[in-house]
Every structure is written in structure tokens, then in C-alpha cells.
Design a protein around this ligand. Structure first.
Ligand code: SF4
Length: 308
């Protein structure tokens, strides 16, 4: 994203609590990143990002430590072999040394240093090791999300969640890691391995929005993925789905307020508002309540709408 567009977006920052400088790529590739972080901080926002750590040198580490509220590192495995197979192009040793450098350089409570470890059939066996490794590296949080965007059948084969009943062995591995995290004083974030009905998805479109590098405004990144095709392809419980991107306007043409208050965007958010009002408590996907207002069409086949 170029800086002039970012400055237009920054006009709404005084109304925003938290800015996460990332979409579907590596934020440190943007040479304007330090300036972007400064602008968000000067507007009173908390700022965070997720990185593979490759581009963090000593100077950048010092800057990030001073200016971020949260930094999350993407780890593919607790061993060099698994990490480098899953995160192609990333050096395990370098990533660990960057995490350690950041945690050692911290002067107070912030930034929160987190590891995100996306669970697959290939690496879930290393989850407890990741928690121990995080402890050794001085990390505050381990987040263990699912592969929640499934673009094709190949990716579908490696997910650990289930559209019917979850694998008990996988559940045990998560429980075990959670227990170790508790003992070590590390915050542990997990998702469900079973589809559950929920009134709101993790991205919370009532409180947040995604703005692409081109300035397009959407409820979340999953509705404006940087695909070559016009449509977004998804596999949802074995079915191949193609959905239209959901873009409510571009900041190159309109203000954020105009886009946010457009009838179409309001109608999208109202689905979730109505669901929150009707919510009576968690049920599994086989016991969906009849009174529950439906999700927006493009969310019905998004795993994040079901706590995955
Ligand atoms: S349910 Fe999925 S597609 Fe819909 S807003 Fe949430 S994350 Fe985005």
C-alpha cells in the first residue's frame, strides 16, 4: 500500500482502537512500514503485525520494540525440518534468533510477543514442543489457529478440524499443549475442531474492517483475498464453492464513513446484529436453532463463522 493512500485511511484512526498492519502477505516488505506505524501510534491507536521475521535486523527490532503493541511470529513447526517444509523460504534458526532478540530487548509489558502456529495434520504433534519453545524464547502467547481458509482439495486433506466429529487424538494434543502453557504462564489461544454455531465470527465485522492494499473496504480479508480470479474459491465440508468478493467501496473514491454507512454494508452487519440478539448459547452444528437469523450469504460457507 502506498503512503498517500494509507494517510487517507489514517483520517479515521482517531476513531479506531487497534490497527493490524497486515493482509495476506509480509508487512516488512513495505518500505513505508515504519512511517505507517508512527502515523497509527500518533493517532492514539494500538498497533500490531504478523511477520515471518526474515527482514527484522537490529535496527528494525529496536524500532518495533519501541512502537508496537503486539508482534506475532509465524512458526510452522517446533523443529527445523517441519518449520522449513511448511514455511518455505523461512530459516528456522533466523526466526528463533529474531524472536529471542525481540523478547530480550523488551523493556516493559509491551509489545506482546506471540507465536502463531497454524495446525495441520503434519505438525499438530509438535504443538506441545512449540509451547515449551515459546517459553524458552520468552514469548507471551501461543496461538494455534486452524487452516481456516481451504482453497482446494489438497489443503482440505491437511486440516485437523472436522465437519462431523473431531479426531480425539487431535483434541488430546491441544488439551496437552494448553495444560503445559498454563503451567508455564503462557497465554494459549485455540479454536474449535468441531463446527459450532456462533452468532459472531472471530473477525467481528461489527467492530472491525479489512482494507486492502488498493484501499478496498471489506468485512474481513477472507472476502477480498488477493486471487487472480474474480471469484474466491473455497472448499467447505467437501463442497467446492465460488463466491463473489465482498467489497463495499474503495477509499480511492469515497470516505470510510460513506462506505461504512452505505445501505449494503449496514445490511451485511445487520445479519450479525440480529444473530447476537437471538443468541441463546452454544450448540453444535447439528442442532442449529431455527430462530437463529441466517448468516450473510458469503459467510455461510466460511469456517470462521462456525468457530473453526
Ligand atoms: S464469517 Fe467469515 S467471511 Fe464472514 S465476516 Fe466472518 S470471517 Fe469474514
Amino acid at each position: 500500500m502506498d503512503l498517500s493512500l494509507y494517510k487517507r485511511i489514517a483520517e479515521i484512526f482517531p476513531l479506531v482502537d487497534y490497527v493490524h498492519l497486515q493482509g495476506w502477505g509480509e508487512p516488512l516488505h513495505n518500505p513505508s512500514l515504519p512511517e505507517m506505524i508512527r502515523i497509527a501510534r500518533e493517532s492514539g491507536c494500538k498497533v500490531g503485525l504478523t511477520t515471518n521475521g526474515v527482514l527484522i535486523d537490529d535496527k528494525m527490532a529496536e524500532f518495533l520494540l519501541e512502537n508496537l503493541d503486539r508482534i506475532t511470529f509465524s512458526l510452522g513447526g517446533a523443529s527445523k525440518e517441519t518449520h522449513e517444509r511448511i514455511r518455505v523460504g523461512s530459516s528456522y534458526e533466523r526466526l528463533l534468533s529474531r524472536i529471542k532478540m525481540m523478547s530480550k530487548g523488551k523493556k516493559g509489558e509491551r509489545p506482546i510477543i506471540a507465536i502463531t502456529f497454524q495446525l495441520t495434520r503434519e505438525n499438530i504433534g509438535e504443538l506441545s514442543h512449540v509451547v515449551r519453545l515459546a517459553y524458552e524464547l520468552g514469548v507471551n502467547e501461543v496461538i494455534a489457529p486452524n487452516v481456516d481458509y481451504v482453497p482446494n482439495k489438497e489443503v482440505e486433506k491437511i486440516v485437523v478440524f472436522s465437519c462431523s466429529k473431531p479426531d480425539k487424538n487431535f483434541l488430546r494434543k491441544i488439551e496437552e499443549a494448553e495444560k503445559i502453557a498454563k503451567e508455564l504462564g503462557i497465554t494459549f489461544g485455540k479454536r474449535s475442531l468441531e463446527m459450532m454455531e456462533s452468532p459472531m465470527c472471530a473477525e467481528d465485522p461489527l467492530e472491525s474492517a479489512f482494507i486492502s492494499v488498493e484501499g478496498e473496504v471489506s468485512p474481513c480479508v477472507y472476502l477480498n483475498l488477493p486471487t487472480l480470479e474474480e471469484k474466491i474459491e473455497r472448499i467447505f465440508c467437501g463442497r467446492e464453492i465460488r463466491i463473489n468478493k465482498k467489497i463495499f467501496g474503495s477509499l480511492t473514491e469515497k470516505s470510510f464513513e460513506e462506505i461504512w454507512s452505505s445501505p449494503e454494508y449496514r445490511e451485511f452487519r445487520d445479519h450479525f446484529r440480529r444473530r447476537l440478539s437471538a443468541w441463546k448459547g452454544p450448540v453444535d452444528i447439528f442442532s442449529l436453532s431455527e430462530e437463529m437469523p441466517p448468516l450473510p450469504e458469503s459467510c455461510k460457507t466460511c469456517y470462521k463463522a462456525y468457530l473453526i
